[in-house]
Design a protein around this ligand. Structure first.
Ligand SMILES: O=c1[nH]cnc2c1ncn2[C@H]1C[C@H](O)[C@@H](CO)O1
Ligand SMILES: [Zn+2]
Length: 381
C-alpha cells in the first residue's frame, strides 16, 4: 500500500513528551516506585532473587553457570537477551531445577510477594506451570499448596499492602492442559484466579488445547493465553475467536493488523478493531519483548501506539530475573521513552485492575480505596 505502512512488529516512534507530572515536575524513578501498581503477567519461575537461586541450587546440588549472586543475575539477563523466545526460555532450566520441593516453592513464592510489595505493587497475579515442579515427587496439588502457603506468608508479612493470586499455566508443547485446567478450577476459591498457556509459541497453536479452554468456559472460569509474542496474528485470532481468551499475554503483534498512513491517520484491520472494541486486555511486557526480539527498543515498542489508540493496555514485567526488571523499572522506562505522566500511569494501573481475574467488588475496592487515593496523594506531594 503506497503512502502508508503496515506496521509489522515495529511501531513508528511515538512523539516524545517530557516526563512531567501535571504540575510540571519531572517524574522520578522513586515517584514511580511509590505509585500503586498492578501486575497481571509475571512468572514465578522468572522472578527469583539471584541469591535464592544460588542457595537453593547448593542445597539440591544443581550446577549453575555462576554462583556469585551478582554474577548469576548478570548471566540470566545476558543469556535471556538473545533475540529469540526459544533461547530466552532455556534460562528457565536453572530456576525450575531449584523449585522441586515444597519448602523451596514456598520460599520463592514468599520472596516474590515481599519483592513486589517493596516495589509498590498492590495487586498481582503470578503464574507458573505446576507440571514443571513434580520432578522431586510432589503431586500437582502439593505444588499449588506450597505456592499458596508462600503467597499467604508474604501477604501477611506485608500487612495487607498487597493482594496476590495464582494463575496456573500449562506448557503449550506438552499435553497436560486439561489436567491443569481442572487443577485451576479445584483451587479457584483457595487462591487460584485463573489459567494460562505458555512456552514456545511458533508451532504450538492454542487450539491444541481447545478442550481445556472449553472446559474452563463451561466452568465460568478465567484464562489468558500467551499469544502474539513470537508468532503473529493467527495466534491472537485463535486465542480469542477459537479459545475464548479473556486476556492476551503480550498480544504485541496486534500491530501487524494496524496501518498508519503518511498523513498520520490510522486504520485498524478487523482483528485489531475487535480487540479494541471488546476491550480485550493486552498484558504488555516491554523489557521482555526487547530481549526476545518482539520489539527493537522500549521507545519503538508498539505500546506507545496502542496506548494512543486506547487499546486496553496494561504494563507488566513477565520475568523480573531474566529481564532484570520490576514494575517500577517497566513504568519508569515508559515515562522516559514516551513522557508519560501520572494520568497515564494511573490509566495503565486501572486498566490492569479492571482486567484482573478477581471478583468485581474486590477490583472496585482496590481502584477506589487504594489506586485512586494513591495517585491523588502523589499528585499532592
Ligand atoms: O514470555 C513468555 N512467553 C512464553 N513462555 C514464557 C514466557 N515467559 C516465561 N515463559 C515460560 C517459561 C516458564 O517456565 C513457564 C511457566 O512460568 O512459562
Ligand atoms: Zn509470559
Amino acid at each position: 500500500m503506497s503512502g502508508s505502512s503496515r506496521l509489522g512488529c515495529r511501531a513508528p516512534r511515538e512523539p516524545t513528551r517530557r516526563a512531567r507530572c501535571e504540575d510540571g515536575r519531572v517524574i522520578t524513578r522513586d515517584d514511580v516506585r511509590r505509585a500503586p501498581k498492578v501486575l497481571l503477567h509475571d512468572h514465578l519461575d522468572g522472578g527469583l532473587r539471584p541469591a535464592t537461586v544460588a542457595e537453593l541450587a547448593a542445597e539440591v546440588g544443581h550446577e549453575l553457570p555462576a554462583t556469585d549472586p551478582e554474577e548469576l543475575g548478570r548471566w540470566f539477563a545476558e543469556a535471556a537477551d538473545s533475540g529469540s523466545l526459544v533461547r530466552y526460555l532455556e534460562t528457565f532450566d536453572h530456576t525450575v531445577a531449584v523449585m522441586q520441593n515444597g519448602p523451596a516453592l514456598a520460599r520463592v513464592a514468599r520472596e516474590c510477594v515481599e519483592d513486589l510489595a517493596a516495589d509498590g505493587v498492590v495487586y498481582a497475579e503470578i503464574r507458573y506451570a505446576p507440571e514443571q515442579h513434580v520432578e522431586g515427587g510432589m503431586t500437582l496439588d502439593e505444588v499449588v499448596a506450597a505456592v499458596q502457603d508462600g503467597f499467604e506468608a508474604g501477604m501477611a508479612a506485608a500487612g495487607g499492602r498487597i493482594v496476590v493470586r495464582q494463575l496456573l499455566t500449562a506448557m503449550r508443547h506438552q499435553a497436560r492442559s486439561m489436567e491443569i485446567a481442572e487443577l485451576a478450577v479445584a483451587w479457584r476459591d483457595r487462591g487460584v484466579a485463573g489459567f494460562d498457556i505458555a512456552g514456545a509459541e511458533a508451532g504450538h497453536p492454542p487450539t491444541r488445547h481447545l478442550d481445556a479452554f472449553e472446559y474452563l468456559q463451561r466452568e465460568n472460569s478465567h484464562f489468558t493465553i500467551h499469544a502474539g509474542e513470537a508468532f503473529g496474528l493467527p495466534s491472537i485470532w485463535q486465542a480469542i475467536q477459537w479459545c475464548g481468551a479473556d486476556r492476551l499475554g503480550h498480544g504485541v503483534r496486534i500491530v501487524d493488523d494496524i496501518t498508519v498512513h503518511d498523513d498520520g491517520s490510522v486504520e485498524l484491520g478487523r482483528l485489531a478493531a475487535y480487540v479494541r472494541d471488546q476491550r480485550i486486555p493486552l498484558e504488555m511486557c516491554p523489557a521482555s519483548n526487547v530481549q526476545t526480539g518482539a520489539a527493537e527498543s522500549v521507545a519503538e515498542h508498539p505500546i506507545g501506539l496502542l496506548t494512543r489508540l486506547r487499546f486496553r493496555v496494561t504494563v507488566n514485567t513477565d520475568n523480573r530475573l531474566m529481564s532484570g526488571t520490576s514494575m517500577t523499572g517497566e513504568m519508569h522506562a515508559l515515562v522516559e521513552a514516551f513522557g508519560y505522566g501520572y494520568d497515564d500511569l494511573q490509566w495503565f494501573t486501572i486498566n490492569a485492575m479492571k482486567s484482573a481475574f478477581l471478583p468485581f467488588d474486590e477490583r472496585l475496592a482496590l481502584i477506589d480505596e487504594v489506586i485512586k487515593p494513591g495517585y491523588a496523594a502523589l499528585r499532592r506531594s
